[in-house]
Design a protein around this ligand. Structure first.
Ligand code: GAR
Length: 215
């Protein structure tokens, strides 16, 4: 199975996916990294691991739809089965979503449906929420509204800053994203409307549901 990753920034989640493939935990190939930012650290990571990098500057396209049509053509050409958004800071259009229905995953640093969008950790702290976490979900046409695959919960502490909370959550992102991708490659993820279940997974224990198996 061939996987494409779309990333705009630091690329720590991308790196965890690459390492899980390299370690043989995920039996798939990460064929391409597509980025909208030339300076994305994710691109350096891709080059380090000999992964094809495609830099697509948004300003070269007339609109979002044309941009995503180009992405779809690249993904088809590369024979991609799964698209992973990993810190990809663009809104994905219906053009891309329809072409890869239930085959685009995203990682979001909150317990969705709470705190979608950007600036999440600051919003969590200002709201006074006592839990936050991370979510891997399939991407639909809304912003962070797609069917949820796996979530991890973390405490929010009185002394937290957006940075300290982000760091606590990121550790779990690095486990739940590779786990979700592994389940996908094993064809264990079943989707019924917006209800996702992972076959033979355990739904019994915190802080991650379904329970981690490999990460
Ligand atoms: C991660 O925390 C990810 O959850 C978040 O951006 C960060 C990217 O870090 N994504 C979003 O906020 C998407 N709305 P990374 O580049 O090191 O993986």
């Amino acid at each position: 199975m061939k996987i494409a990753v779309l990333a705009s920034g630091r690329g720590s989640n991308f790196k965890k996916l690459v390492e899980a493939v390299k370690d043989g935990k995920i039996k798939a190939e990460i064929s391409i990294l597509i980025t909208d930012r030339e300076a994305a650290k994710a691109a350096d990571i891709a080059r380090e691991f000999n992964i094809n990098v495609c830099y697509l500057p948004f300003k070269k396209f007339p609109d979002r739809d044309a941009y995503d049509r180009k992405i779809v053509s690249i993904l088809k050409q590369e024979d991609i089965s799964l698209v992973c958004l990993a810190g990809y800071m663009r809104i994905v259009t219906p053009t891309l979503i329809k072409a890869f229905k239930n085959r685009i995953m995203n990682i979001h640093p909150s317990l969705l449906p709470a705190f979608p969008g950007l600036g999440v950790h600051k919003k969590v702290l200002e709201y006074g929420a006592k839990f936050s976490g991370a979510t891997v979900h399939f991407v639909d046409t809304g912003v962070d509204t797609g069917p949820i695959i796996i979530q991890a919960v973390v405490p929010v502490k009185p002394e937290d800053t957006p940075e300290s909370l982000a760091e606590r959550i990121l550790k779990w992102e690095h486990k739940i994203y590779p786990q979700a991708v592994k389940w996908f490659t094993e064809d264990r993820i079943k989707i019924d409307g917006r209800i996702v279940t992972v076959e033979k997974a355990s739904y019994d224990s915190l802080p991650v549901i379904p329970s981690l198996e490999d990460f």
